[in-house]
Design a binder for this molecule. Structure first.
Ligand SMILES: Cc1cc2nc3c(=O)[nH]c(=O)nc-3n(C[C@H](O)[C@H](O)[C@H](O)COP(=O)(O)O)c2cc1C
Length: 216
């Protein structure tokens, strides 16, 4: 590639920042047919282009869009939603009024799975599990942004019992389910995180996240 091919111009740069700003975690979907194969392939290639510790590429994707899979997974998620409400105590009833997944209506339902440990040492000697998780999360973020650029919503659903889901998906020993990804056309993208729109929680500004280092 030439030097100019490596550079983003102002318009391209603005588009990238716009996709980052307009990405939302989506729970409301427009019931739609499955995505065209070439579009799904593009999205998964974007996920697969993510960085990973030691280049271990620990992400795996499973297409779970059939009605029987949806029904099974809705049951698993619903049980965890109820457990979450119990754990929230006084805010449990308010929590139960929130929409926390779009498993029934999304065009595609994907499982994202952490592969069994391949023994990679490079970059993960002292935090092997955490660094593998971080790498898989990078893949999901790539998918999230690529989906947004394709005007598709994506919602990461993490409300499930991992052992129960691993068993349902017949995952090999050592593999872990990380998320159920609801993907597809949406009626509208939320202007703000849905948890803000509903008053559940408010996002804090970047200025509160900047830490001053101690003296070296
Ligand atoms: C690892 C992870 C797991 C999440 N799990 C859920 C979930 O189970 N249900 C849900 O409604 N949102 C889930 N979310 C979405 C967050 O609530 C959302 O990202 C946050 O409120 C900010 O909104 P935004 O993504 O639209 O900016 C998850 C997000 C991440 C990164």
């Amino acid at each position: 590639m030439t030097t100019s091919q490596h550079c983003f111009d102002d318009t391209e740069r603005a588009t990238i920042y716009r996709a980052i700003a307009l990405r939302r975690d989506m729970r409301h979907f427009t019931p739609s047919p499955p995505l065209p194969d070439d579009q799904l392939e593009r999205l998964l290639q974007a996920a697969h282009a993510a960085p990973s510790v030691g280049l271990m590429q620990p992400w795996r994707f499973m297409r779970l869009s059939t009605p029987p899979w949806r029904e099974r997974l809705i049951g698993i998620v619903e049980a965890e939603r109820q457990r979450t409400a119990d754990a929230l105590g006084a805010r449990g009833a308010e929590f139960l009024r929130l929409k926390v997944e779009g498993l029934r209506d999304c065009a595609e339902l994907l499982g994202v799975v952490l592969a069994p440990d391949d023994g990679t040492v490079f970059g993960r000697l002292s935090q092997p599990r955490e660094m593998a998780w971080c790498s898989a999360a990078c893949a999901v973020q790539n998918l999230w942004l690529a989906a947004r650029a394709e005007n598709l919503g994506l919602g990461w659903v993490s409300m499930f019992d991992p052992a129960q889901l691993a068993c349902a998906l017949a995952l090999p020993e050592g593999a872990e389910p990380l998320g159920l990804l609801c993907l597809g056309p949406v009626p509208r993208f939320y202007d703000q995180p849905m948890l803000e729109e509903t008053g559940w929680r408010h996002a804090r500004p970047l200025s509160e996240m900047l830490m001053a280092p101690p003296a070296p």
